[in-house]
Write a protein that binds this ligand. Structure first.
Ligand SMILES: [Zn+2]
Ligand SMILES: [Zn+2]
Length: 214
């Protein structure tokens, strides 16, 4: 299954320095909830019914930020990036999840946790070893700390390390957009890998230590 909803606007030439994981694409048609112009700043709200991401003005964003809005259809995407360098994932733990590629994000919804990986076709759902995940989350509390629907656990496995971050969910779709835009052939090609590396460098520099935020 491929999830394409809400992705369109995340695909395109990078309008921000590749080092920034934050979305800063322009909004042409105004807030997608109230149709007012958004101005220079806009936020993202997840429509949990359609699992799509809406660009909204500040007023609408704040409306769906309050704790009471937490379980509703529309939920504002928070802006926190966390990592836990005291309890890094090992290569063996990552492999135990059964995800066949080097980068994936885990999204918790009402129906449980789903894993997606960025592919040239979009965000592609992959099977996840849920038992292994539950075991892993006991040892790595960061993995269980994402807010349902609006935050994700983004994992990047390379030759020598496994990085795991809690990120705003729209950031994952930016990664998906980057892969769609630049991936060529079987291995992606140099340009794609430069953009992906730049993306993760941005996430890394934005991330604060899990457990000491606030
Ligand atoms: Zn609005
Ligand atoms: Zn937007």
């Amino acid at each position: 299954m491929t999830r394409r909803a809400g992705l369109r606007r995340f695909v395109g030439p990078a309008e921000v320095a590749p080092a920034s994981p934050r979305p800063s694409h322009p909004v042409q048609d105004g807030c997608e909830l109230c149709a007012q112009p958004t101005g220079a700043w806009h936020g993202h709200v997840v429509d949990t019914e359609h699992r799509s991401i809406l660009c909204t003005c500040r007023a609408c964003f704040l409306l769906f930020t309050s704790p009471e809005a937490g379980g509703g259809r529309y939920r504002a995407v928070p802006d926190r990036y966390l990592h836990d360098d005291e309890r890094p994932l090992t290569k063996a733990e990552w492999e135990g999840l059964g995800i066949p590629v080097g980068a994936a994000f885990l999204l918790r919804g009402d129906g449980g946790t789903t894993a997606f990986y960025p592919s040239p076709a979009g965000a592609t759902e992959c099977l996840l070893n849920l038992e292994a995940l539950a075991e892993l989350a006991a040892a790595h509390p960061l993995l269980a700390a994402a807010e349902p629907e609006v935050e994700a656990i983004l994992i990047h496995a390379t030759e020598d390390q496994v990085e795991a971050y809690l990120v705003p969910v729209d950031v994952c779709y930016r990664l998906v957009g980057t892969v769609r835009m630049y991936w060529k052939g079987f291995d992606g090609g140099q340009e794609a890998h430069e953009h992906i590396d730049g993306f993760f460098a941005g996430v890394r520099s934005a991330a604060r230590r899990f457990g000491v935020e606030g």
